[in-house]
Write a protein that binds this ligand. Sequence first.
Ligand code: FES
Length: 56
Amino acid sequence: MYVCLCKGVTDHRIRQAVEEGARSWREVQRDTGCGTQCGKCACVGKTITRDAVMSE
Ligand code: FES
């Protein structure tokens, strides 16, 4: 599903960023652009990032 409509970032893309080494929401933002425009997706993006980092 799309998490970030501004930047077209999916939950899959966030998990992929974590698999590729991102370890924090800030790093996911840097790698995907998620949450860098209107910021509405930040809460969901952070949750998915946290889950993905914990299951690594
Ligand atoms: Fe993600 Fe706007 S929906 S920055």
